[in-house]
Design a protein around this ligand. Structure first.
Ligand code: FES
Ligand SMILES: [Fe+2]
Length: 319
């Protein structure tokens, strides 16, 4: 029997993944979130704290994001009014005098809010977080523009998006540009991050500069692409990818540039990279995931990257 031709050879990875933009969730608001192949409810309690719970009420199964309301630090189910706190415990069954059943609880998800996003920790075996989300210093820095946001939904497993950064050959064929120069790789001590750096000499009206393109990947869902080397001039793209399920991904980008380049190149730069990723979409959405691809000597980066990514999947076994 031949293997099914799908992306589904890979499970949903473990790690920190964005579930919302911070500014889209105001105090008292409730949002429906589909992520990790599950239905979830996200709300911002009156204290300002974001809370993420499994969405289906343990009573009769109503979806808490469809008509659910924030009550103080809890959310009230729209169907019969049971209330759940930030840890997912039922704290009230209206007009019921008996103790609340132990089983009246929802799974609650650990959240971190930073870099303008709300991130949830997903682990297939429900293990606690073992790495921290980086703080991106140029976000909010006075010399840099207010970050622009882009949302892109793509019908593919997120592994394919992650691999793109480590596939120099496709730049020529998909993006019509020369392959980026060879990169130096450094794996962090924890093993959870990779930093790839390539050097390019750039000719500019101000002279010739040794510039760097630095790509950092944090777990499987977060990465930054920073270019620097020209004094006072820089660009930074922060990419977050969230697994909606094993065959759908949501990209959220934050793009910021130093203010001195924004007026001259900001728009072109932004539309250039949006167009760039759109070139990849038809390839991604129609490809299959080959677990054991035939590789050439040009694919060393992909092979190394794939080996590194295995740590983020539960139940994949040894390579
Ligand atoms: S279904 Fe939620 S309270 Fe009844
Ligand atoms: Fe690409």
């Amino acid at each position: 029997m031949t293997a099914p031709q799908t992306h589904l050879a890979l499970p949903i990875p473990n790690g920190w993944f964005a579930v919302a933009w911070s500014r889209d969730l105001e105090e008292g608001q409730v949002q429906r979130v589909t992520a990790f192949g599950r239905e979830l409810v996200l709300f911002r309690a009156r204290s300002g704290k974001p809370v993420l719970l499994d969405a289906y009420c343990p009573h009769l199964g109503a979806h808490l994001a469809v008509g659910g309301r924030v009550f103080g630090e809890s959310i009230r189910c729209p169907f019969h009014g049971w209330r759940f706190d930030e840890r997912g415990r039922c704290v009230e069954i209206p007009r019921c005098a008996k103790p609340i059943p132990e089983k009246a609880r929802l799974r609650s998800w650990e959240l971190v809010e930073k870099d303008e996003m709300i991130f949830a920790w997903h682990h297939a075996e429900e293990k606690p977080p073992d790495w921290e989300i980086p703080t991106i210093e140029v976000i909010g820095h006075p010399d840099w523009t207010a970050p622009r946001r882009v949302d892109i939904d793509i019908a593919v497993h997120m592994q394919e998006l992650a691999e793109n950064n480590f596939d120099p050959v496709h730049f020529e064929f998909v993006h019509g540009m020369p392959a980026p120069p060879a990169s130096d790789y450094v794996f962090s001590e924890s093993g959870r991050f990779v930093r790839a750096e390539s050097k390019v000499v750039r000719e500019t009206p101000m002279g010739s500069f040794d510039t760097r393109l630095v790509r950092e990947t944090f777990g499987l869902g977060l990465s930054t692409v920073v270019s620097d080397g020209i004094p006072g001039v820089g660009t930074m793209l922060f990419v977050s990818v969230t697994p909606i399920d094993a065959a759908h991904s949501k990209m959220r980008w934050l793009l910021t540039v130093t203010k001195n380049v924004a007026d001259q190149h900001g728009e072109e730069f932004m539309s250039g990279i949006v167009k760039g990723v759109m070139d990849d979409v038809p390839i991604w959405e129609n490809k299959i995931h080959r677990e054991r691809p035939v590789m050439s000597e040009l694919d060393k980066e992909i092979a190394d990257f794939r080996r590194w990514t295995r740590q983020f999947y539960s139940g994949l076994g040894e390579a």
